[in-house]
Design a protein around this ligand. Structure first.
Ligand code: ADP
Ligand code: MG
Length: 213
């Protein structure tokens, strides 16, 4: 498998599909403890990325990640727009010093997630998308340092993403709109955690197929 931005059109399509398939479920979660616009926000960004996907495929990783970050910043809106924009811009910056490869992707993703933590002033345990993305970043960094085989890496990332998403259900929200509900935020999975898990699992599914070819 060539680990290049030529993967981006397939990844963007797979992510758009999983968000569309789960739109009703995620919107119900977001209506329960948020303002119900999370899926619409993401889909605005995904539509913009779909329109750019062939152009993105021609760029190097640093330029492609920067373009994705800027597009998400300007189209998604809401908390998730600035957080995902920050993720991609920070990843772009991280791979300006060293080209992105399978061996440094863990470190690059970790830097992106660290920037999100700063932007959101949040950390694991606050009932947000970071309850998925932080453990996924830790696992990816660990797995690539250990030089695990790709299939085991993908399995472990899916397991960590699902566990992180499920962990948000009993949590008290302390960041974002759900925090306004205080104790009443408990009992629901966070919508942003659910979409982060869906996106991670869409990416791992694409990589699994690509590596089998
Ligand atoms: P908004 O809350 O502004 O309407 P969205 O509905 O698009 O934005 O996204 C909501 C999601 O963003 C939440 O479900 C949560 O996962 C995430 N989120 C909100 N605030 C923060 C924060 N400070 N840090 C990390 N994630 C956050
Ligand atoms: Mg919202």
């Amino acid at each position: 498998m060539a680990f290049t931005p030529s993967l981006l059109p397939t990844l963007i399509e797979a992510i758009s599909e999983t968000i569309a398939e789960n739109a009703e479920h995620v919107t119900a979660l977001d209506q329960a403890i948020g303002d119900g616009d999370h899926v619409i926000n993401l889909q605005r960004g995904l539509a913009a990325l779909t329109a750019q996907s062939e152009a993105l495929a021609q760029l190097d990783w640093a330029a492609a990640l920067q373009k994705i970050g800027m597009t998400l910043m300007s189209t998604v809106g809401g908390a998730s727009g600035s957080l995902y924009g920050t993720l991609f811009l920070a990843m772009s910056k991280a791979c300006q010093q060293q080209p992105l490869t399978m061996s440094n992707v863990g470190a690059v993703f970790h830097q992106g997630v660290e920037a999100m933590k700063q932007r959101g002033k949040s950390d694991v345990g606050e009932k947000t998308m970071l309850d998925v993305l932080i453990p996924v970043a830790t696992q990816l960094q660990h797995a690539t340092q250990q030089q695990m085989d790709l299939s085991s890496i993908l399995d472990s990332l899916e397991a960590v993403a699902i566990a992180g998403m499920e962990s948000t259900q009993p949590m008290l929200a302390t960041k974002g709109r759900a925090s306004f509900l205080a104790e009443r935020s408990r009992g629901w999975i966070d919508a942003g955690a659910k979409t982060a898990q869906l996106m991670i699992c869409a990416i791992t599914a694409v990589l699994r197929v690509q590596t089998a070819q």
